[in-house]
Ligand binder design. Structure first.
Ligand code: GCB
Length: 623
């Protein structure tokens, strides 16, 4: 079965989806013949859908034998049963172990805590062809590489652990008819030299079907995507229809709170743009996170999305929200829920708790590090009034910046993220990378990704967290001037830097005031990270590392520098909550957790939390 993409994207990005990305570790199942839809359905929550979450069976293949040396005996993608004429079969789905989807296998089973490799998942899917409807399997995220089979036939592959992909199974169902179908997913959590991220990253590599799986039903002629953003006093709505009657079709668009319905006609390719005057409607902001229902209706389909109306732009060294300068009172955060043991799966309620903690800290901005967080996070932020930074895991130096395969992968990931979230008012910034080493290849690589983002979504700011090894501009009277001179800065709207004065390197927190930061670009600058490790409850003299007191002191000193840095539009210190990382080995203080959180895994607030909270209260008062 060939899953074809029916629409290509304007701006020459169509080629991305044609790239056949082989699973990490070079696993390829015969000739690559399928490719999942990269640019598929927008607005998942607005669709008719059935969750395929719950109990799935699983089989572990630690040596990747089935992938590398497939035989009928271990063809896990088929639901085979041994009978006299089939010969030996060394697995049986109906007696295999069970696991809950969505979830990560690391916390589901104690013995899988550090398992890194392929796992096959199985469940049945009861459905059949439906007159006038298309049925689409939608995976919110599988970490890291996924292969999907329906009734033993490979129907899709996808690489990248944090973005959605989908496959239209309508035609298969037409052929196979109604009944109980076998659905198998292979999730391979391994990374390699050409993956994104690469082989080294500072978070736990949670493996599995980590977000929900859906069977989405859309009419044969359906609204595939709606992209809404402000253009001055007008809402600009781009609509893409799919299906045989997508071209020259009529549709209606309306926005709650504004008068009337706007009729339009699609072009031959099924696209239309509608402009809606929004004078008099409330602009979305952290102080007033007002949302309006945007409804698009065709003859056969109707899609509603709750959207916020706001602009975000820069003016010289300022960031303007709805035309007014804004200071980003931020915090960085990984996607891990509160609790004694972290998990990758973060439910809506858990995501809300994390964002609410950021708001208690006084934040109006959250950096979602270092990869796309779940779909519901930006929706919650829309509702709660939090601006977001959304990023892909082009992270550190172990990315093959000279590899066309890796570039295609990064472009695909960024595209999947932007297509998913580009109507969310909360997302104000796309970040293309974190702490990448300076080289020509790196800069060219990221400039290509940036060009994609600008063509997909010209309405947001683009940034990247630049490396802490910024050039030292000079030393004067014992003072160090650190200037941001990464050539990538040319292509960014906001220059963001990660800096760890007082933690990494030789300076103590007391010496942080000797440093001043400069940005050589006539652009806004922000601190995308700073911080120190502290074990919750560990108190002592402030000179002692790992104490809450040291961390609080470092915050006090760094915040003074933040205040005096010219053109500094905000900060997102590292980070809200301690998180799991296998490369944090200190037995006493880390115990395989990165302890730079302002709160402990279970939510205990450290002293530095209150230092930053005071600072943000003051900043909010100044606004
Ligand atoms: C960084 C990275 C972040 C790490 C952090 C640390 O610069 O961007 O992912 O977790 O430092 O704790 O060292």
């Amino acid at each position: 079965m060939r899953a074809t993409r029916r629409n290509t994207l304007k701006g020459g990005l169509g080629a991305i989806a044609a790239v056949q990305l082989v699973a990490a570790g070079g696993v390829a199942f015969g000739q690559a013949s399928v490719s999942p839809t990269t640019l598929g359905l927008g607005n998942l929550p607005g669709r008719e859908r059935r969750a395929l979450d719950g109990t799935w069976r699983y089989i572990l293949d630690p040596f990747d034998v089935a992938g590398r040396k497939p035989t009928g005996r271990r063809s896990f993608w088929q639901n085979r049963i041994e009978t006299d004429d089939t010969g030996l079969i060394e697995y049986e789905w109906s007696s295999s172990d069970e696991m809950t989807v969505p979830g990560d296998w690391n916390t589901a089973e104690p013995e899988l805590h550090y398992y890194d490799g392929p796992v096959y998942f199985y469940r049945t899917l009861e459905t059949g062809p439906q007159q006038g409807l298309r049925q689409i399997l939608y995976f919110e995220a599988v970490n890291y590489a996924a292969t999907i089979w329906l009734n033993g036939v490979e129907i899709a592959r996808h690489e990248g652990g944090f973005t959605p992909f989908q496959v239209d199974i309508t035609d298969i169902l037409q052929r196979t008819g109604s009944g109980v179908h076998d659905l198998v997913v292979r999730a391979d959590s391994r990374h390699g030299p050409e993956t994104v991220p690469g082989l080294d990253f500072d978070w736990k590599n949670w493996g599995g079907i980590t977000r929900s799986v859906w069977l989405v039903e859309v009419p044969a002629n359906y609204i595939r995507d709606v992209y809404a953003r402000l253009d001055g006093d007008e809402l600009l709505v781009d609509i893409a229809l799919d299906g045989q009657s997508a071209g020259n079709a009529s549709l209606d668009v309306s926005l709650s709170g504004s008068n009337g319905t706007h009729a339009a006609q699609t072009d031959a390719e099924g696209r239309a743009t509608v402009r809606i005057a929004i004078a008099g409607l409330t602009r979305w902001s952290p102080d007033a996170p007002q949302l309006y229902d945007l409804t698009v209706e065709t003859q056969s389909d109707r899609l509603i999305d709750a959207i916020g109306l706001r602009t975000i732009e820069t003016r010289g060294r300022e960031v303007l929200l709805n035309g007014e300068p804004i200071f980003l009172r931020g915090i960085s955060m990984h996607e891990e829920a509160f609790g004694p043991e972290a998990t990758r799966e973060v439910s809506q309620a858990e995501a809300r708790a994390l964002l609410a903690e950021a708001q208690s800290l006084g934040c109006n901005f959250v950096r979602l590090a270092h990869y796309p967080h779940a779909d519901h996070v930006a929706r919650l932020a829309d509702e709660m009034g939090i601006m977001l930074w959304a990023e892909i895991p082009v992270y550190w130096e172990e990315i093959a910046y000279d590899s066309p395969r890796t570039l295609a992968l990064a472009r695909q990931m960024m595209t999947e993220l932007v297509m998913r979230d580009r109507s969310r008012a909360s997302v104000v910034m796309w970040s293309v990378a974190n702490e990448t080493p300076q080289s020509e290849e790196r800069t060219r690589f990221l400039e290509t990704v940036i060009a994609d983002v600008r063509s997909l979504d010209p309405s947001r700011l683009i940034t990247a967290a630049l490396n802490k090894n910024v050039d030292v501009g000079g030393v004067r009277d014992g003072e160090s001037i650190i200037e941001v001179r990464d050539p990538l800065g040319e292509s960014l709207d906001v220059v963001a830097i990660n800096q760890y004065e007082g933690w990494y390197g030789n300076r103590t927190p007391g010496e942080i005031s000797q440093v001043s930061f400069r940005n050589s670009y006539e652009k806004p600058m922000m601190f995308s990270e700073f911080g120190a490790g502290a074990l919750y409850g560990h108190r002592g003299p402030r000179e002692e590392r790992w104490t809450e007191d040291y961390q609080a002191w470092l915050y006090e000193e760094t915040l003074k520098v933040v205040e005096t840095t010219p053109g500094c539009v905000g900060l997102a210190p590292w980070l809200l909550k301690d998180f799991r990382s296998p490369r944090r080995w200190h037995g006493r203080f880390q115990d395989l957790w990165n302890r730079k959180g302002l709160v402990s895994p279970e939510g205990g607030r450290k002293q530095a939390f209150f230092v930053l909270q005071d600072f943000y209260r003051r900043k909010a008062g100044e606004a």
